[in-house]
Ligand binder design. Structure first.
Ligand code: NAD
Length: 323
């Protein structure tokens, strides 16, 4: 294992203008790194990087990681987050999603090799598909439908893990974070994931649309905790995949009621069709993160939801109504 110090490091973050990427850039800079953020702004937005716009340790490049990629100067680490991530986004951009996970990751692995930089891949719990093992340990190989609509994301990330693992065998320093459902401020107002969808519906007085009977579970992690896990993983030198996620399992129906109450909304809860291949249960086993990284999520759901709701409420009514 070779760990490295962030102070003075030059770090490339792909997907920097996205939800997780923008928080990550701030955290890396606070730890003393100089950050170059790259994003094609397909789902991210510059507004997420507003706090870094004039920061001397931050540069932004509007680029697509799937295009031929040459990067001038020294580079100590690449954190590869660029990919549509919300189901509404990857279903709307299926081929771009496959390209981000495949060509984009090949480009980042090659850049890491040339620069002798550490490559950290932002993978996902979706590599476990609709899991037959619960909770999911990193050794579980998954239950993914390779031809279902979600496969453009799930299989792209599985391919990305394969690329990263091969780069590791070829001598590149690598890390793989399997991120579970993360929520928090700056999720796009159009984000189709469950937390921003319920908040949006509750705030607009619309029915909260629960898929199926709502008994399916999610384990949510607040973005500050996820970012903390990513930074710890990057600096640890640990190369095998690590689950980063919350361990408190909540049913989607309970989550709808929780968010409705937290928003002070009287919206009804209604039931809609379950999307194909929707995972029934999700909860990470975080023993590896706990023991190797000393990481556990710290932010409880009520606090995390309150901070997320406050941010989403800040949006102008015009933006909200246009959803
Ligand atoms: P996001 O959509 O907010 O951010 C993704 C960013 O990548 C966006 O800014 C987008 O414009 C950019 N991007 C997409 N394709 C690109 C390309 N070809 N070139 C350059 N930039 C590109 O999503 P997020 O929730 O912030 O997710 C970030 C990463 O974390 C993704 O890789 C996602 O798979 C992973 N992840 C997130 C979660 C979660 O719950 N948020 C869970 C598991 C994994």
């Amino acid at each position: 294992m070779t760990s490295f110090d962030l102070a003075g490091a030059r770090v490339l973050v792909t997907g920097a203008a996205g939800f997780v990427g923008s928080h990550l850039c701030e955290r890396l800079i606070a730890a003393g790194a100089a950050v170059v953020g790259v994003d094609n702004l397909s789902t991210g937005r510059m507004d997420n990087l507003r706090g870094l716009a004039d920061h001397g340790s931050f540069d932004f490049e509007h680029r697509d990681v799937t295009m031929p990629f040459r990067f001038p100067g020294r580079l100590d680490a690449i954190l590869h987050l660029a990919s549509p991530a919300a189901p509404g986004d990857y279903l709307a951009q299926p081929l771009a999603t496959l390209r981000a996970g495949s060509v984009g990751t090949l480009n980042m692995a090659e850049t890491a090799r040339v620069k002798d930089a550490t490559l950290l891949l932002a993978s996902t719990s979706e590599v476990y598909g609709d899991p037959l093992e619960h909770p999911q340990t990193e050794s579980y190989l998954g239950n993914v439908n390779p031809i279902g609509p979600r496969s453009v994301y799930d299989e792209a990330k599985r391919f990305a893990e394969a690329v990263t693992a091969q780069a590791g065998r070829d001598g590149v320093k690598t890390a793989i974070a399997r991120i579970f459902n993360t929520y928090g401020p700056r999720m796009s107002e159009r984000d189709s994931r469950v937390v921003p969808t319920f908040i949006r519906q509750a705030c607009l007085g619309l029915p909260l649309t629960v898929a199926g009977d709502g008994s399916q579970t999610r384990s949510l992690c607040f973005v500050d905790d996820t970012v903390d896990g990513l930074v710890r993983l990057l600096t640890s030198g640990h190369t095998a995949p690590v689950n980063i996620g919350g361990t408190t399992e909540v049913t989607v129906l309970d989550l709808a009621h929780l968010i409705r109450r937290a928003c002070g909304s009287s919206s009804p809860v209604i039931f809609v069709d379950l999307p194909q291949d929707d995972p029934h249960r999700r909860r990470p086993d975080i023993t590896t993160a706990r023991t190797i990284l000393g990481w556990t999520p710290k932010t409880g759901l009520p606090e995390g939801l309150a901070r997320t709701i406050a941010c989403q409420r800040d949006r102008t009514p015009a933006q909200a109504v246009a959803l």
